[in-house]
Design a protein around this ligand. Sequence first.
Ligand code: TRP
Length: 300
Amino acid sequence: MATVPNLKAAPFDKDRRIEQLVLDLCTPDLREHALLQLSKKRENFQDLAPLLWNSFGTIAALLQLLQEIVSIYPVLSPPTLNPAQSNTVCNALALLQCVASHPETRMLFLNAHIPLYLYPFLNTTSKSKPVEYLRLTSLGVIGALVKVDDTKVISFLLSTEIIPLCLRTMEMGSELSKTVATFIVLKILLDDVGLEYICTTAERFFAVGRVLGNMVAAQVEQPSPRLLKHIIKCYRRLSDNLRACDALRSCLPDMLRDATFSNYLEDPSTLNWLQQLLHNVQGPRVAAMQAGGFDHMLVK
Ligand code: TRP
C-alpha cells in the first residue's frame, strides 16, 4: 500500500532536489556542494540545461566563478592552480557543457558568447595537472558544440579565433587534449565555411599544416592511433581544397606516404581515409603504388 504514494513522490522529489541545487549555485556557501552534486547527476536529468539557463542568476554565478579563477591565475607566479580550485571550475564547466549540448539552449549559449569565457583556459602554457584538467574540460565544452554539425556554430567559433587556441593545445597539451583539439579542427574543416576559412591565406594553411606535421612526427615516439586518425582526416579534408591540395604535394609528411604507420593503422576506415588523401595529393597512379604497402591489411 505504502509503495504507491512513494512511487509517485519519487520523481517529484528528485526534480525538487535538483531545482534546489540549481538555486544553491547562487549562494556562495552552498555553491561548491551544489556544483559537485549537479555535475554528478547531470546525465540522469535530461532537462538540466534549460533549468540552468532559465533559473535566475545561475549562469551568471557559473561565469563569475570562471572569471574569479581567470583573474587570480596570472598573478600566481609560477602560475599554479590547486587541485581543489581546478575541480570546482571543472564542475562548473561540466554544467556549461550540458547547456552547450542541449538543443534548446545551444544557440542561446552561443549568442551569449559564453565560449569566450573558456578561452583563457586554452591560452595557458602550463603543463601542471590542474591546468591540464581545465584545458581538457574547456575543450570538451567546445567539442560538444561542434559534435552536431551546424554551420552557425562553426561560423561563430571562427569569428572568435578558436583555431590558434586549438593549435596551441595540439602543440603542447596532453595526448587527450591534443585529440580533442584536433577533433575540433577536424569538425571545422569538414564544414565548407571552415575549410574555406583555413585555406584562404597561405599563413593560415601553413600554420595548420605545420602543427599537423609535427604531430605526425611525434607519433613515432608516442603512438596514438586515435589521434593519428583525426590527423589523417584533417589532411584528407584539406586535400579537397585545390590550393591546399597543391601545397600538400610538397608538405605532406613522408611518413604518411610510406608504410611507417601500416602496423598500427588497423582501423580500415583510417586506412581508407589515408588512401583517399594520397589519391588526391599524388594522383591515382602513385597512390595505387603506395597503397601496395598496405595491401596485406586490406585483404580480408
Ligand atoms: N587572426 C589570425 C588569422 O586570421 C588567426 C589565426 C592564427 C589563424 N593562426 C591561424 C586562423 C591558423 C586559421 C589558421 O589568420
